[in-house]
Design a protein around this ligand. Sequence first.
Ligand SMILES: [Zn+2]
Length: 409
Amino acid sequence: MDAATLARTPAVDRARTILRERDAATLAAMVELAAIPAPPFDEAARAGRMRERFHEIGLADIAVDEVGNVLARLPGADAWPRPAAADAAPPGPVILAAHLDTVFPAGTEVAVRDDGGRLIGPGIADNARGLAALLALAHALVESEVATRRPVVFAATVGEEGVGDLRGVKHLFREGSPWREATGFIAIDGTGARRIVNRALGSRRFRVTVTGSGGHSWADWGRANAVHALGLAIGRLARLTLPRRPRTTLNVGRVEGGTSVNAIPAEAWLELDIRSEGPGVLAELESRALREVEDAVAEANGRRRRGTPALGLSVERIGDRPSGETPPSAPIVAAARAATRLVGETPELVASSTDANIPISIGIPAIALGAGGRSAGTHTTGEWYANDGGPEGLERVLITLLSVAGVAV
Ligand SMILES: [Zn+2]
């Protein structure tokens, strides 16, 4: 069924009307959710509120998993995971997800103010808008009694941002998890109604620490210097040639070391971030970069005075987001394109790092979509949201979701 026909189906048309009629309630939900702090690794309060709302809306099988993701199912379709006794496996569910966490540390003022219709507050768009969209879509689907062919599961996930390293979705799709049988995954993240994230931008992050004996800058001259070694490493990393396609980047983002201008530093560390749209390129760059670091430390050790202690090197992986792609020809991407056109926008396929990275990396068709509206200042305390095209954005997610889940008519 094409997107326009699907949208005209009586139950789906009812759901679209409900989304538009409840626009103000969706904005109120954004304001409320954004004002509940959700710093990295501390999403429980906001998760608790999502759980309550799922309950009020009338979703089934509401649960909070071991890491704090809140899951619920649209009633009506088969239960999932299926009961052990069932002999015929129901089709795998379609998961609609939005992340709970923000980048803002505990203590950040997160209240939202309304500046002539523009909502201003940290996390108001990323991802209070996504969470409110999850609620609005759940509400519209329950009220309109749309019967889907596949189970539809709503997930509010933890740990999407920076240091969270996608831990919510990593848990959801861990080895042996029944959710790995999902037939589709749609992350609602941020705003807009045009872009379709079908490529997962992968990244790996490392903390590289060089340690030595230290010493006096004059009396102990000749001992290996941890900062010098790190400097050699940074020089080598900065000179690496990276492919332009697939787009690949390298960044030494933090450096620290030493205690005094007249002391040979005993320790120095750096934090390195590498990213690529190509999984193979990312793996290759990782080994190249780490080899450069090892060679730099070896070079520094080679220059030290004989008989003095050698520097040690330790590399800790502090982030790992896999890359990959849901092919442009995949039905989920086609569905999102059609839904985008249906709301009068021109679809654009892009790469980004979202909750969809994990399902994409294990071969589950997955995309990320904005939740309508406009925003700017993401990840700053001046973040704002304007509701231009808000309802259309939600309608686009609705039609995409229902195209993938199928509607029984
Ligand atoms: Zn986000």
